[in-house]
Design a binder for this molecule. Structure first.
Ligand SMILES: Nc1ncnc2c1ncn2[C@@H]1O[C@H](COP(=O)(O)OP(=O)(O)OP(=O)(O)O)[C@@H](O)[C@H]1O
Length: 424
């Protein structure tokens, strides 16, 4: 069943929530409503399910006005799983799911074998059969959520509206329930509209997404069109990286650390020698702690180079897959001159990055303390036939301080910057 939402308006008193919302949900599609807290998603779903009456605009179900449906007819057409599934009554799970059959029972008619069979099926589909005789008040949040989805499916609706259907579910049940809903939409033609907070799940399952912001539609369309880093930054005010899912190609969102502006220039400057993906977390933690961080030498395209770029850190960059050149080494040394401490967290050590170890040696000669983060700069990752290990050893002999893991490194850096409030 197709849903046409046209120019909807709704306000709680003076507080305008929906302001001209329009979009179309094709029959058999799975549409996700996403958007920040308080943006109007639940309100929209309540208007779609006729719990709230709009002050303007219309909702059409396959061309028919929602307002024109008789109550019983609507209950056979549309099922709703609300956000708050707290059940204060002492019914058994089976009784609650059987309530979904109410629109099909005459006034004095009792349940038929068919009704019991449908209830059995939906309990099985939602993984609730073992809960059949339990009281709903005794269920966990996730179990109750699945029971409410079972009840909605027992209505055998053509349209299913879900408000955060996976909020209480563990990752296994999230997948099971959304796989089921997706299957019902693709195979049985069920039209699904779901409010989803988890953007990666929304991208993974939905055909289309409606991004709501302050009661207005900020973007609408296939997930790849809606879930862009720009849209997410605009609406959620958060920096993300959007990459294709490695298997499905759907957009996948990763949080990016905040960029800190370098107000404390030079005072708390730390130069990080990293590479091969071992420095990203360190860069984030050090900048979060108030240090000014520079990084080098990294090859363009290296994971650490990506991290440094994402954090907007000064980075000495060499061309991809190349040995560090004398020019980049010299640039690295000038960064080190500006720093109050050098952290060596490089692994593995290869012929191409031996100059980074020599840069650390130069730092010691400049009387700049060097900390070797041992969990990262592992000796067993030496691919230079011993040269790397020898250099590492001589660094230690020349006074570089070995720290076993990050917490110890932060303690050492704190000692190095006694006036700072870092890590407090
Ligand atoms: N019954 C109500 N009376 C008055 N204001 C309400 C009512 N319900 C919601 N609101 C307000 O309407 C706005 C939109 O609420 P709504 O629940 O639709 O947002 P939402 O996008 O679903 O949020 P969340 O992601 O936090 O669930 C909010 O500012 C909320 O405080």
């Amino acid at each position: 069943m197709r849903i046409t939402i046209d120019d909807l308006h709704f306000a709680y008193g003076e507080n305008k929530i929906l302001q001209g919302t329009s979009f179309e949900v094709p029959e058999g599609s799975f549409v996700g409503i996403i958007g920040p807290n308080g943006s109007g998603k639940t309100t929209l779903l309540k208007v779609l399910s006729r719990i709230l009456a709009p002050s303007g605009g219309s909702v059409l179900l396959s061309g028919r006005e929602l307002a024109g449906f008789a109550q019983n007819e609507l209950a056979k057409t549309m099922a709703v799983v609300a956000q708050d599934t707290t059940a204060g009554y002492l019914f058994s799970v089976e009784d609650v799911v059987m309530m979904g059959r109410a629109p099909y029972l005459g006034r004095f008619q009792s349940e038929s074998l068919k009704d019991y069979e449908i209830v059995r099926q939906v309990l099985e589909m939602t993984g609730c059969q073992h809960l059949r005789e339990r009281s709903v008040t005794e269920l966990s949040g996730g179990e109750r959520q699945r029971v409410m989805i079972a009840r909605a499916l027992a209505q055998q609706p053509k349209v299913l509206l879900l408000d955060e259907p996976t909020s209480h579910l563990d990752i296994g049940y999230q997948q099971e329930i959304l796989d089921l809903v997706k299957r019902l939409s693709t195979v049985e033609g069920l039209t699904v509209v779901a409010v989803l907070h988890e953007l990666n799940l929304a991208a993974y399952y939905c055909n289309e997404l409606v991004l709501v912001s302050q009661g207005k539609i900020a973007a609408c369309g296939p997930p790849a069109q809606v879930l862009t880093a720009e849209n997410i930054q605009d609406v959620y005010r958060t920096r993300v990286l959007v990459t294709p899912h490695p298997v499905l190609g759907t957009p996948t969102i990763s949080l990016l650390p905040h960029v800190h502006h370098r107000a404390q220039k030079d005072k708390r400057r730390v130069h990080l020698i990293a590479g091969g993906g071992c420095g990203g977390e360190l860069m984030r933690d050090l900048t979060e702690a108030g240090f000014t961080v520079s990084v080098g030498v990294l090859n363009v395209g290296d994971t650490d180079w990506e991290a440094a770029r994402a954090l907007d850190l000064p980075v000495v960059a060499e061309v991809p897959f190349s040995h560090i050149s004398q020019e980049r080494h010299a640039e690295n040394l000038s960064q080190i001159k500006e720093a109050r401490a050098v952290v060596l967290a490089e692994a593995p050590i290869g012929a191409g990055n031996l100059l980074n170890l020599q840069a650390a040696q130069a730092a010691l000669e400049m009387k700049t303390p060097v900390y070797i983060l041992e969990e990262k700069a592992q000796a067993d990752r030496d691919f230079t036939g011993g040269e790397g290990l020898r250099l590492l050893q001589s660094l230690k002999e020349q006074g570089a301080v070995t720290v076993p893991e990050k917490a110890a490194l932060y303690r050492k850096l704190k000692e190095c910057f006694p006036s700072g409030d870092c890590f407090d």
